[in-house]
Design a protein around this ligand. Structure first.
Ligand code: TMP
Length: 204
């Protein structure tokens, strides 16, 4: 039986990575073979592209094409084979991030991103997308506390992240069957309760 594809999204600092391993553990406890991966990245080439994307200034269209180039490899080498083998795939970001960051944050025409999505996805969409939603001020505060050297995206200002967030919210409203909003301003315990309920519908 084909596995399910779950993606985690949100503005930088919303805390999705904190919950990734916990979700993987819940899936494994429910008897699912689970593959944890990320974008940009997830393959040797994708990880090389990630280094460039996070550090190197580039044209917006170059940035978008490289995100999809990394995604093409990721789908071919990791996501599609794992799903076909019955594993569940948990990806830290996927194409909603391109709509939110390159579309919302940087202002690329969303229709262009849709064209690339149609080309690269070949009909695949996540079965479930969890968008960790947080005010951009609180997300910035959390990034500051984390105190790692900010990458090219994390260096962006609050207006940028407000645009990113608004695209995530718009997509959650547009695709309510697939995208679930998680209020990430709550305690970890409360967030996990919500996650537990959502995952239970899917599999637990
Ligand atoms: P991460 O910090 O969640 O690992 O993601 C790396 C950065 O890449 C994050 O700031 C969001 C950005 N990104 C995009 O701008 N577009 C994309 O399509 C993806 C997958 C990530």
């Amino acid at each position: 039986m084909r596995g399910k594809f779950i993606t985690l999204e949100g503005v930088d600092g919303a805390g999705k990575s904190t919950h990734l391993d916990w979700i993987a553990g819940r899936l494994q406890a429910a008897g699912k073979k689970t593959v944890v991966t990320r974008e940009p990245g997830g393959t040797p080439l994708g990880e090389e592209l990630r280094k460039l994307l996070l550090a190197q200034p580039m044209h917006l269209e170059t940035e978008t094409l490289l995100m999809f180039a990394a995604r093409r490899e990721h789908l071919e080498r990791v996501i599609l084979p794992a799903l076909a083998a019955g594993s569940w795939v948990l990806s830290d970001r996927f194409t909603d991030a391109t709509f939110a960051y390159q579309g919302g944050g940087r202002g690329l025409d969303l229709g262009r991103i849709e064209s690339l999505e149609n080309w690269v996805h070949q009909g695949l969409q996540p079965d479930l997308t969890l968008v960790f939603d947080l005010s951009v001020e609180e997300a910035e505060r959390r990034r500051t506390v984390a105190a790692t050297a900010p990458d090219r995206f994390e260096q962006e200002n609050l207006e940028f992240f407000a645009r990113v967030r608004s695209v995530y919210l718009a997509r959650a409203a547009r695709y309510p069957q697939r995208i679930r909003l998680i209020d990430a301003g709550r305690s970890v315990i409360d967030i996990r309760k919500s996650l537990e309920e959502i995952l239970a519908i899917l599999c637990l």
